[in-house]
Design a binder for this molecule. Structure first.
Ligand code: SF4
Ligand code: SF4
Length: 509
């Protein structure tokens, strides 16, 4: 069947066609094995073209990029990525490229034109090297903050990733597993859909929550708590979901969750340049908009940023989107949230890239920490818009785990230098990422999510310590009862034995 024949005006078929168009590699320029596939630069909008042109090559981004800090390859510098992309684009597009690729022009004339114009054809290796550099980036946004030309680098990197996925160069092999998992299981952790609510059943059984969160479709609550894949599936991060539930319950918030109907927010697909993100976004938007909610809150900075900033580019949302700490900071301002129990700790705070730099959410977590009695914050030298990325985002952890590990260690060392015992953040992804650094360094620093301190100050105790003590007490009581029973049995046996002996003695021969 030809491409033309496939264009039947059936929406489902069109959808399939669109998928083919966006995911399948474009045809190579030539039939050779090492052919360079064309990157569809015509898909870039004018804003991106202007941005590519706006780079002054000042090099400010060089000294701030946290990936380059750990892997000093020239190709990783944001400036270099722009230069390399333009080199590829010019080699493949435009008037000169058209002449050089024309079969009607002889090779000797092409040589003369190349010499006069400085035209150079890029090789497949050069393109692949650029692709590698484009993915060795956590999309942390630091380059965007320091860029004097105000280039929207994150938007640019994501757009360029989409182009190279269209051209069949990306994502990288190790990142493909994430895509497959999201497409198969609706989560990037290769866990079955049925396991999404397992944490709450377990938490209820372990007395970490009073009741399992109710499904919003049944309660018709006005606040949707979007838990996200990491807090739902990762046993080490379950404290984020548990503490959030306890906070909302303690405040009597009329909220609900999606339960088994919750799907990945799609952030991972968007950041890696995978066009499937659109389908996932649309499905989620339809579901959210049908709920009649006023507010969607999420304790995951990645989910929050994606739903708040990226979803509206696909379709409008009929509710507001807040990170849980922003929602709580608002309640703090109106007096609906007050902290009475002290949390006597001195801590340092890591701004998640997706809450801080991406959305400007610097004040809410600090306002909450300031309001919790007994809690003292010591800032790291790199904080707020200059917060050093932990390396967990943008597909970097999947594609370059060693670099992510080094970035996390760098951040942990910074936290250690403040002299505190605990490092707090408000993102399950950062929690996971920074734990890698703590593990490798065998650091004594303890990783916390801000929800832990909020819950502790509201409840008057750390729910995990309380549940552990209760479990310990229950175990001790069970063992005591068992020992008592054993003792009674031994006593009973001994008495019976004495009685039998006595009866033997009393019995005449
Ligand atoms: S987004 Fe972050 S990791 Fe990526 S190039 Fe910019 S500074 Fe480097
Ligand atoms: S800081 Fe901005 S203008 Fe300067 S080299 Fe980097 S991307 Fe280009």
């Amino acid at each position: 069947m030809t491409k033309e024949e496939e264009k039947v005006s059936d929406s489902q078929v069109n959808e399939t066609l669109e998928e083919k168009e966006t995911t399948a590699p474009l045809a190579p320029e030539t039939g050779t094995r090492d052919a360079v596939r064309k990157i569809p630069i015509h898909k870039l909008d004018i804003k991106r073209l202007i941005e590519l042109d706006a780079c002054t090559r000042c090099g400010e981004c060089l000294s701030w990029c946290p990936v380059y800090d750990q892997d000093s390859k020239e190709g990783l510098i944001p400036r270099r990525k722009i230069i390399d992309f333009l080199k590829i684009a010019r080699s493949q597009n435009g008037f000169l490229a058209g002449i050089m690729k024309s079969e009607r022009i002889g090779e000797s004339l092409k040589k003369v034109i190349a010499k006069l114009s400085g035209y150079k054809e890029v090789t497949r290796e050069q393109v692949e090297e650029f692709v590698f550099s484009l993915y060795e980036c956590s999309t942390c946004g630091q380059c965007e903050v320091v860029c004097p030309a105000h280039i929207d680098t994150i938007g640019l990197w994501e757009e360029l990733r989409r182009l190279i996925v269209r051209a069949g160069y990306g994502p990288l092999e190790p990142q493909k597993a994430l895509r497959k998992s999201v497409m198969t299981f609706d989560n990037p952790w290769q866990q079955p859909r049925s396991g999404r609510t397992k944490w709450s059943r377990r938490a209820k059984k372990d007395n970490l929550i009073a009741e399992e969160p109710r499904e919003i479709k049944k309660t018709k609550g006005k606040v949707l708590l979007f838990l996200g894949c990491t807090a739902s599936y990762d046993a080490n991060v379950k404290q984020v979901a548990i503490n959030t539930i306890n906070i909302l319950d303690a405040l009597g918030i009329d909220y609900g969750v999606l339960g088994a109907d919750e799907k990945c927010c799609g952030s991972v697909l968007l950041r890696m340049g995978d066009p499937e993100y659109k389908r996932l976004f649309s499905q989620n938007i339809d579901q959210f908009n049908s709920l009649g909610i006023d507010t969607l809150i999420s304790s995951c900075s990645g989910c929050f940023k994606t739903i708040m900033q990226d979803y509206p580019k696909i379709a409008p949302l009929n509710f507001e989107v807040l990170h849980t700490v922003e929602y709580l900071a608002r309640l703090l301002k109106t007096g609906e949230l007050t902290f009475s129990h002290p949390v006597n700790k001195t801590v340092t705070y890591h701004d998640p890239c997706h809450l801080g730099r991406a959305t400007g959410g610097f004040d809410a977590p600090r306002m909450i920490m300031e309001a919790i009695p007994g809690l003292t914050l010591i800032e790291m030298p790199r904080n707020r818009e200059y917060s050093r990325c932990c390396g967990a985002g943008g597909g970097l952890k999947a594609g370059f785990p060693e670099i992510q590990g080094r970035m996390a260690q760098r951040r942990i060392k910074e936290a250690e230098q403040t002299g505190v015992q605990e490092l707090v953040s408000c993102c399950p992804f950062c929690y996971q990422g920074l734990q890698v650094g703590i593990g490798v360094l065998e650091s004594d620093i303890v990783m916390k999510d801000l929800s832990a301190y909020i819950a502790e100050s509201l409840l008057g105790y750390d729910i995990f310590e309380k549940a552990a003590k209760e479990a310990e007490e229950e175990k001790r009581m069970k063992e005591e009862a068992k020992a008592k029973k054993k003792l009674e049995k031994e006593k009973e046996d001994a008495e019976k034995k004495i009685k039998d002996e006595e009866e033997k003695i009393d019995k005449p021969e």
